[in-house]
Write a protein that binds this ligand. Structure first.
Ligand SMILES: [Zn+2]
Length: 442
C-alpha cells in the first residue's frame, strides 16, 4: 500500500467516525416517519398500550413511547392510526407460494408439474406473495416449492431487490422425502415421473440432498416424515412413515452444521416418533401427538406448527373412506392441539395456504386457534414474536420495539375482543415503506 493510499484511507475512516458521532448529519438520517397508534400490541407484551407513538428511521423502528412524552422532528411524516390497533407485521410459518389450492376437478396437484411452464408457476407465486403482504403478513416461512425446484429463491431475490412486492421469505426449496413418499404417483410403472419433492434413499443420499439445497440457498430444510393418511382397523388415524431415523439424522446433522433448522411434516405414529428422535426443529401439522411425544417436544424445545384450518376444507362425503378420514383428521388434531397448548409446547401460527387457494383469508387460522382455547394475545404472539424466535430473528421481526424492522400493520377494531379483526388489515408497512393504507384512502 502506498503512503498516498494509506492517507486517503485514514481520512475516510475519520470522516465516517465524525458521521457516526453526529447523528443528525446527512439527509438520509433525517428520514423519519412517525406512527400514532390508538392501541398498540407490540407482539411480546401481555397487554396492549394506549396512545403510543412509533418513530421510524429508514427501515427500522427507532423508538416506541407514550404519545404525551414522544419527541420527534417537526418535519417528520406523521401517519395517524390513532383510531386503530397497531401490531407488528404478521408471520405465517407454513405457506406454499408455488401451490394454488388445486381443484381435483381441474387435474389437481399433478397438472402443476405436468402442464405448466415454470414461468407460469413463478408468475402465480408473485401473486401469492403480494396477497400475503396485502393481508398484513410481512414474513413467511415457505415450506417447499412442490416441483418448482429452486423457484422460491428467485422470488425471494426479486422481493429483496424491490422488483416485486412481497413478504420477507424464509425458503426451503425442494423438500426431502423417500421413494414411495411423494407424488406424482399412480402412473404406469414403466414411466419415470417427476416428483414434487427431492426423493432420497439412505443416509448418504439424504445428506447429499440437504447439502445441495443448502448450497443453493435454502434457509430451512423441509422433510416429509409421513405420507398419506387413512383410517386404521381400530378407527385410528394411520400415516405411512417415510425417512428412517438414520436418514433423518443425516439431514438434521447437516442442516444444523450450517446453522439451519429442519421442519418435519409429520401426521402421527412411527413417522412422527422418528421426527422427534431425529431432532426435528419443528413438527408440521402433528395430527396425533401422544402424551409421551408432547413431553419429548417440551424436553427438546421442538416447535409445533399445527395448521388447523386447512383440515376443515374440502371434506369428501361422510359415507366414503376419504370423508371418514377427513373428519377423523380434524377431530384428532383438535385434541393434539389442546393437549400441546396446555402442556406449554411452543406453538407457531401456520396455515398451509397454497394447500388452500390464495384467494382465501390467511387470518382464518386465528379464530380456529382461539376456538380451541388459545387466548387472542397468545394467538397473536404465535404469529409474531414466537415465530420470530423459531426463525432465529428475535428483536428483528414480529415485534414493535426499537431496533426491529419497521414492519407495521393496523386493523380498525380490537383483535383481543374479536380475533377475526385480523382478517381486516387496512394498513401495511414493510421495511419502513407503506404498502397499503385503506385507513387514509387517497
Ligand atoms: Zn404444507
Amino acid at each position: 500500500m502506498t503512503m498516498m493510499c494509506r492517507a486517503v484511507l485514514i481520512a475516510l475512516a475519520l470522516n465516517l467516525y465524525v458521521l457516526a458521532q453526529n447523528k443528525d448529519v446527512g439527509p438520509q438520517l433525517k428520514n423519519y416517519t412517525v406512527i400514532r397508534a390508538g392501541s398498540l400490541i407490540d407482539g411480546k407484551s401481555d397487554s396492549p398500550r394506549r396512545d403510543q407513538v412509533i418513530i421510524i428511521r429508514g427501515n427500522r423502528i427507532d423508538s416506541v413511547s407514550d404519545a404525551a412524552s414522544a419527541k420527534f422532528p417537526s418535519d417528520a411524516k406523521v401517519i395517524d392510526l390513532s383510531k386503530a390497533t397497531v401490531l407488528p407485521g404478521l408471520i405465517d410459518s407454513h405457506t406454499h407460494i408455488f401451490l394454488q389450492g388445486e381443484d381435483p376437478a381441474e387435474g389437481g396437484y399433478d397438472v402443476n408439474i405436468l402442464k405448466y411452464p415454470a414461468s407460469f408457476r413463478a408468475a402465480r407465486a408473485t401473486v401469492s406473495a403480494r396477497r400475503a403482504l396485502e393481508q398484513g403478513f410481512t414474513t413467511l416461512r415457505d415450506v417447499e416449492t412442490e416441483g418448482a425446484g429452486y423457484g422460491d429463491i428467485g422470488i425471494k431475490q426479486a422481493i429483496e431487490g424491490g422488483f416485486i412486492p412481497g413478504p420477507r421469505l424464509f425458503v426451503s426449496t425442494r423438500a426431502i422425502s423417500t421413494t414411495g413418499g411423494y407424488p406424482l404417483e399412480g402412473y404406469a410403472p414403466e414411466l419415470t415421473m417427476p416428483k414434487g419433492a427431492q426423493l432420497i434413499d439412505g443416509p448418504i443420499e439424504a445428506r447429499k440432498a440437504a447439502r445441495e439445497q443448502l448450497d443453493n440457498g435454502a434457509d430451512w430444510i423441509k422433510v416429509y416424515m409421513t405420507h398419506r393418511s387413512w383410517v386404521g382397523k381400530n378407527g385410528e388415524l394411520v400415516s405411512q412413515p417415510t425417512l428412517t431415523l438414520d436418514e433423518l439424522k443425516a439431514v438434521v446433522d447437516e442442516a444444523h452444521g450450517w446453522g439451519k433448522k429442519v421442519a418435519c411434516h409429520a401426521y402421527s405414529g412411527i413417522g412422527l416418533q422418528r421426527a422427534l428422535d431425529g431432532g426435528c426443529d419443528s413438527i408440521e401439522h402433528g395430527l396425533v401427538i401422544s402424551d409421551a411425544q408432547i413431553a419429548q417436544m417440551l424436553k427438546q424445545g421442538t416447535w409445533y406448527c399445527p395448521t388447523i384450518a386447512v383440515y376443515y376444507t374440502d371434506w369428501a362425503p361422510a359415507d366414503t373412506p376419504a370423508g371418514q378420514r377427513d373428519r377423523l383428521r380434524a377431530s384428532v388434531h383438535e385434541e393434539s392441539f389442546k393437549k400441546a397448548m396446555k402442556a406449554g409446547v411452543k406453538i407457531v401460527f401456520g396455515t398451509d395456504i397454497g394447500g388452500i387457494p390464495w384467494s382465501q383469508s390467511i387470518a382464518q387460522e386465528f379464530p380456529r386457534m382461539v376456538d380451541l382455547g388459545m387466548s387472542p394475545m397468545e394467538a397473536i404472539r404465535s404469529a409474531t414474536s414466537r415465530a420470530a424466535e423459531m426463525l432465529d430473528d428475535i428483536g428483528q421481526i414480529g415485534v414493535l420495539a426499537p431496533g426491529a424492522f419497521a414492519d407495521v400493520i393496523a386493523v380498525p377494531g380490537d383483535p383481543l375482543k374479536d380475533i377475526k379483526e385480523l382478517g381486516n388489515v387496512q394498513f401495511v408497512m414493510k421495511d419502513g415503506k407503506v404498502f397499503k393504507d385503506e385507513i387514509h384512502p387517497k
